[in-house]
Structure formats: C-alpha cells, structure tokens
Design a protein around this ligand. Structure first.
Ligand code: UDP
Length: 489
C-alpha cells in the first residue's frame, strides 16, 4: 500500500471493557479491521493488559500489522488478577472515575499519546461505555457501539427495560417468578420473569445497575451503528424489533468463526496459526490429549467462564451430579473461582475416586478447541454469550446454569427457542445435574444432536464467503467506517 493511501485510511479506536470475553472479541474485531487495511488503536485498561501480555503472544502476533497499535489507560484497579463478576460495579465505578476523564482528554486533544500522530476517525467502544458515545457525539467523532453480550438479553433486558418499567412489569409485583413477561416485542410467551437479567428482580429502581442499564438504553440508539456477535438466523425473532430502535445493526457473528475464516483466507497471513490464545489465564493444553483418549460425544465439559464464582455447596452439588451420571468430565476451575475455598482432605471418597478415574480438572482450557473436540458430548455452562456461541458453532448441546446478566436470558433461549439444551436456572442440585446430563447425552440425545447440528450449519452459512450474512455485514461495516471517516477528517 503506498504512503498516500495509508495516510487516508481510517483510524479506529477500539475500547473494550476490561474483562476476558469482551477483550477477546475486541481483539478479533481489531484483527479483522487490520486485515482490511484500516488503522486500529486498541485501548486496554492496565488491569486487563498486564495478564493479557503475561499469558499470550498477542504482542508478537499483532506485530504483523503495521496498522495496529496498543495503547493503555489507567483504571484505578489495583488488583493483580482479573476480578470476578461480583465486582462488576466496582470496575465500572473505577473506570468512570479514572479512565473516563483520561479518555475524554485523549479524544479532545485529537491524539491518543505521544506515539500516535493520526487522529481517531471512528470510535468502537464496548456498549456498556455510555460515556464514550457521549464524548463521540460531543466531538462529532462517529461511534459504533460493540455489544459483546447476547442480543436476546440486550433487547429484552436492556433496550426494552424502559418499556417494561413503563408498563409496570418491572419491578415485579408479587413473588411469582414463573409469570410470563408480556411487554417484550418478539419474545412474548417465551420469557418468564426469572428469565430476564437478574437486576429486573430488584425492587429499587434507583439501584446503580438499573440506572446504568437505563442510561445504556438511551445511549446505544444514539451511536451511528451497533455491532453484535450473532448471525441473522439465530436472532431472527428479535432483530427486526431492535432495528426499529437501532437501524444500523451489523451482525458479524459467530465472530470467532468469521475471524478464523478470514485469517485462513488471507493470503498474506496464511500461516497455519489460526487458533491462538487471547486468554488472561494460562491455558492448560494437556486436557486436549486427555480428550483424545475418549470416544466421540462421551465427555461432559464443565466451565463457568471468566467471571463466575461458586460456593463450596454449589461445587459439591455439581460434582456429585457429574459423578452420579457416570460420565467422564473435563472441568475448568479458574483459580479463585470457589468462594471460601475448601479442604481437599474432607471430600467424600466417591468424588475423589471417580475424579481420579474419569475426571480431568484444569485451571483454564483452550475452550474453542475443547468444544471442537469430537469427544465432547455436552457443555455444562454458565451461558456466557461467547461460550454459547462457541458451543452453537460446534454443535454441542448445553446444560445451562446462569450466574449473571445476559446468561439468564441466554439459557432460556437455549432451551425454549433454539432447543439446544436444558436450562437449570435458579436450581443447583445434584439430582437435577445428573438428570440433565442423562437427558442430553442418552434419553433425548437424538433430538438435541439434530437441532445443535442444524444451528451449527446455519452458523457456518452465515460466514460463508460472499453470500454469508455475517460476511456481508463485516464488509458493510468496513465500507461504512471508510465513509464515516471521510466526514470526520
Ligand atoms: N474460556 C477459555 N478457557 C476456559 C474458559 C473460558 O478460553 O477455560 C473463554 C471462552 O472460550 C470464552 C470466554 O473465555 O470465549 C468466556 O466468555 P463468556 O462470554 O462465555 O463468559 P464470561 O467469562 O464473560 O462470563
């Protein structure tokens, strides 16, 4: 590319919220934009950047792209390790207090740092960073929000929250969590109260989480566009309603598959390395050879993602359920994810013996590769959106035990809409775990396998070259960034 052409390329600033899932997605989006020649600055907060550098080759990988640069910004979080999800509000408060004014200064000055000569022409912040949309509007810099939570939750529990409050459905009247929610266009007769994001269960509308969500509902439609990690078929019930509020939606999912496909197709980048880690924990790859020893579809894969924590009691219920099902299992237990800790020597012997014979426990796994492994028959998951998409792509049915926000909506859609699993929501009991495993792996295996395969095929169609809806939407996003950048310059 000649010098003149490069100078005219847009300069996009990507700014993810400092958690594993969003940073992983944002890095994939960044690489897709870099491949198209767009200049990208990736703004990470210190808290997440340190472990990312420690456990990945991300610096050397992105060295291939002269049009890519990392910048970091303080966030006031002192903890060495990534925080768990119960401290989400603390992270948001710290970012608002520390990162937001610095970000504003960067944008007003037009230069991100002394290293950067090019002004930013488009901002792509995490959808939760309301302030970034507001600053972009103020400075006439186009903003395209990137929501890494699920569209089904974004629509039902965020964008639609003002309507639920106005209709008197939130806060809930009475204690019946099984009552159907009426005022969610596209999802009538699907959601019970218990399936909305858990902040809808709060009785106090002045709660910071509700207030932040209401602000997000107001702010997201003000951005010039909205990027979603889904594909058109998967959210066909809801996308038309979302487009009434946010007309310019780019569905570019499954993002990890589209990313892999583009990397493989790109002639300049055609190294065999299309799977690599963006993990902020050290991946234990030994679990892949453990999986190699098992016949197809026999193993239960258990992981509750990067933010959730379990109590010892919940841990034991799940453990007993797994052991009683008699199936081999691979279980990710992130360091620090069991609250209070427990005494290994006090564990019942049946758990120890079964686990020694049929279990594999690791701190962190290469999850995309695990789910792609033929030995995995079911995923016992917290229903994080990335995990859900990764499971759908590989045609692996799910047993869902949600902890936070969108996971409550996702698990309902997995069972009721996509029919690719069982929702255990609100119940953590060894009998339920055992029954769900037997149900998915034995009793109703054909039904779950058929519908999981069907969604896996549709996900592949969505990223097919030229005709796939997500492929076309990514190309449209790239074209639009160029057009928007002309007006910014
Ligand atoms: N993940 C991983 N190894 C693990 C567990 C999770 O690489 O052992 C990845 C997983 O592939 C996914 C992300 O961490 O991309 C978790 O994101 P998700 O949205 O599912 O849940 P969250 O961690 O945000 O709750």
């Amino acid at each position: 590319m000649d010098q003149n052409h490069q100078e005219n390329e847009p300069h996009v600033l990507i700014f993810p919220i400092p958690f594993q899932g969003p940073v992983n997605c944002a890095l994939k989006l960044a690489e897709l934009l870099c491949l198209s020649g767009i200049h990208v600055t990736f703004l990470n907060t210190h808290h997440i950047h340190r472990p990312l550098l420690r456990h990945t080759q991300v610096l050397s990988r992105f060295n291939r792209y002269p049009n890519f640069r990392f910048e970091t910004i303080p966030d006031g979080l002192e903890h060495e390790n990534p925080v768990s999800g119960d401290r989400f509000e603390e992270v948001m408060d710290a970012i608002n207090a520390v990162s937001k004014p610095l970000f504003q200064e960067m944008m007003v000055s037009g230069h991100l740092s002394s290293k950067s000569e090019r002004p930013v022409t488009v901002i792509i912040p995490d959808g939760v960073f309301n302030f970034a949309v507001e600053i972009g509007l103020e400075l006439s810099i186009p903003v395209i929000s990137f929501e890494t939570i699920s569209p089904c939750s974004l629509w039902t529990s965020n964008l639609n929250l003002p309507a639920l409050i106005e209709a008197g459905e939130v806060p809930f009247k009475g204690n019946d969590l099984d009552e159907l929610v009426k005022n969610v266009p596209g999802a009538q007769n699907i959601l019970r109260r218990r399936d909305l994001a858990p902040y809808c269960r709060l009785s106090d509308l002045s709660d910071p989480e509700i207030q932040r969500t209401l602000r997000e509902a107001r702010t997201i439609p003000l951005a010039q566009g909205l990027i979603l990690n889904t594909f058109e078929h998967l959210d066909v019930l809801l996308l038309p309603h979302m487009r009434n509020l946010c007309p310019n939606i780019y569905t570019i999912g499954p993002l990890h598959s589209l990313h892999k496909a583009r990397l493989t197709a790109d002639t300049e980048q055609s190294s065999p390395e299309t799977t690599f880690s963006n993990s902020v924990w050290e991946e234990d790859r030994s679990c892949l050879s453990w999986l190699d020893k098992h016949p197809p579809k026999t193993v239960v894969y258990v992981s509750f993602g990067s933010l959730s924590s379990t109590t010892v009691n919940q841990l034991l219920e799940i453990w007993h359920g797994l052991v009683n099902s008699g199936k081999p299992f691979l279980w990710v237990r992130r360091p620090g994810s069991i609250t209070g800790g427990y005494d290994q020597t006090q564990l019942p012997s049946e758990l120890i013996d079964h686990t020694a014979r049929m279990g594999c426990i690791v701190d962190w796994a290469p999850q995309e590769e695990v789910l792609a492994h033929q030995a995995v028959g079911v995923f016992l998951t917290h229903s994080g959106w990335n995990s859900t998409m990764e499971s759908i792509v590989e045609g692996v049915p799910m047993i869902c035990w949600p902890f936070y926000v969108d996971q409550f909506v996702n698990s309902r859609f997995v069972e009721e809409v996509w029919k690719v699993g069982i929702d255990m929501k609100d119940k953590c009991d060894m009998v339920i775990v055992e029954k769900a495993i037997r149900d998915v792996m034995d009793v109703r295996q054909d039904m779950f396998t058929r519908s999981a395969r069907c969604w896996a095929n549709l996900s592949k169609e969505s990223i097919s070259e030229d005709t796939g809806s997500s492929t076309r939407n990514l190309d449209r996003l790239i074209d639009d960034i160029r057009v928007m950048s002309r007006s910014t310059r």
